[in-house]
Design a protein. Structure first.
Lengths: 249, 88
């Protein structure tokens, strides 16, 4: 039985059973509390029916297939190029209108300094030096951010609210999200993450898909480039530390 | 669909609890139970405001119907106080 059918069946059963129970409590045993219990069952049934009509049209398995294919293709490309440098997540105003991630072709200790909006092309030059070239790619976070209900704000509470709405409510990828900031970093803790893909080559640059989503939200919220500083997996929890990178446009 | 399950379980638990408490206090007015249910349903829906937008819209529509019922209950109560209809 599909999940859509499960909620529908549950709702129908509760509405029907609750109505019969209410009538029985009213006409046969004349008990107000039991009538009320029946009415509450009808209420829950109506809510379940309402929820059954609002389930996503695309089955989760189809979404996973699309995500996996995209990630593996990108991973193969990056692996062929031998790239493993950490990606810089750019807010939309620095990346042609949509948030992107920049993977520098050359590894060095300095973070790339993006001083102008980059053209939305796969291979982008981001600095004056000849080696300042990188791959400008859309990530899972790009798409999730575009589907989000509202753009994230720059405070911890606003970031947490936006991430919770997306990861917990809209995409059901986690149970809870906590965001806090110290002087230089943004820390995001995700409880019971359900997207665990982290073994692909591309994850060396972009981080896991969840880290990618979080980094895109934080970059957009702060309107500043960010890098995934660290990503730690604990039992039932993922802790992502992001480091904003100063950028002057 | 874990958030939807959590929502349904929370709503069911809250409604069952309030039914038990009101019954234990000997409440015999059906409108009192209904009013409590409506308020609780609205509060639980508010707490789960992060649900998918489609679900939120559907729950809002259910909320409108419940509030309409609540207004009707209040109207009947006011009418009974004013003597327009006979109080039960």
């Amino acid at each position: 039985m599909s999940r859509l059918g499960a909620y529908g069946s549950l709702g129908s059963t509760l509405v029907l059973g609750g109505t019969v129970f209410t009538l029985f409590a009213w006409l046969v045993i004349s008990s107000i509390p039991l009538m009320a219990l029946g009415i509450s069952a009808v209420l829950v049934g109506i809510v379940a029916l309402a929820l059954s009509r609002s389930l996503p049209e695309l089955p989760p398995e189809a979404s996973v297939a699309v995500l996996q294919t995209g990630l593996e293709n990108l991973s193969a490309l990056v692996e062929e190029l031998g790239l493993s440098s950490g990606a810089l997540y750019l807010p939309s105003h620095l990346a042609g209108g949509t948030p992107h991630a920049l993977i520098p072709l050359h590894e060095n200790s300095a973070h790339p300094q993006i001083r102008r909006a980059l053209p939305a092309r796969l291979i982008a030059s981001y600095g004056p030096a000849p080696e300042d070239v990188g791959l400008l790619v859309r990530t899972v976070g790009t798409t999730v951010l575009q589907l989000a209900q509202a753009p994230p704000g720059d405070s911890s509470a606003e970031l947490e609210s936006a991430l919770k709405a997306a990861l917990v409510g809209q995409f059901d990828l986690a149970d809870a999200v906590l965001v806090y900031r110290d002087e230089h970093r943004v820390v995001v803790e995700i409880s019971r993450p359900r997207l665990r893909e982290r073994d692909l080559w591309i994850c060396r640059s972009l981080g896991s898909p969840l880290a990618s989503i979080v980094a895109s939200f934080v970059a957009e919220g702060l309107d500043q480039s960010v890098m995934v500083y660290s990503e730690e997996w604990f039992p039932g929890k993922l802790r992502i530390v992001l480091e904003p990178v100063d950028a002057a446009v | 669909m874990r958030p939807y399950n959590r929502y349904l379980i929370t709503l069911s638990a809250v409604l069952s609890l309030s039914t038990t408490v009101l019954a234990a206090y000997g409440v015999r007015q059906l409108d009192a139970y209904y009013s409590a249910y409506v308020i609780e349903a609205l509060i639980v829906t508010l707490l789960f405001g992060y649900l998918h937008p489609r679900a939120s819209r559907a729950l809002n529509r259910v909320g409108y119907v419940l509030v309409a019922g609540f207004v009707l209950v209040v109207a009947i109560k006011v009418a009974s106080i004013l003597g327009v209809v006979r109080s039960q």
